[in-house]
Design a binder for this molecule. Structure first.
Ligand code: 5GP
Ligand code: ZN
Length: 113
């Protein structure tokens, strides 16, 4: 997946501000943040969309565990935050490498969209 932006970030070909990393997951600051804390959390293995995830696979739990770590690092675990996964066109997915958005650091709108 040489053309995938997030695969290039994993390889280090595109710079990013790393927030958290483990064997399976990378998290970095979003380039156009929508909140004081806006982190993109991705599997290191290329998976295009949420629909391509094996929900029973280890990566599902690893992504959630990484989100917990990111919430602590960004100091929003207590104040609160939102996790969002956009899937395909109507979901607003622009980058087709599975990712979670972690948003926090301000009161988020009640509406999801
Ligand atoms: P999507 O709409 O696909 O759920 O979100 C993609 C997110 O990736 C957007 O919030 C966008 O700002 C972010 N993004 C796109 N390209 C880059 C990049 O090169 N670096 C970083 N750090 N974030 C990016
Ligand atoms: Zn990719």
């Amino acid at each position: 997946m040489a053309e995938c932006i997030f695969c290039k970030i994993i390889k280090g070909d595109i710079p990013s501000r790393k927030v958290y990393e483990d064997d399976a997951v990378l998290a970095f600051d979003d380039i156009s943040p929508m909140a004081p804390a806006h982190v993109v959390i991705i599997p290191k293995k290329h998976i295009a969309t949420l629909m391509d995830v094996d929900a029973k696979a280890d990566i599902t739990g690893k992504l959630i565990a990484a989100a917990q770590q990111v919430a602590e690092i960004k100091q929003v675990a207590e104040s609160g935050f939102r996790l969002a996964i956009n899937c395909n066109a109507d979901g607003g997915q622009v980058v087709f490498h599975l990712h979670m958005h972690l948003l926090g650091g301000r009161k988020l709108e009640d509406q999801l969209g």
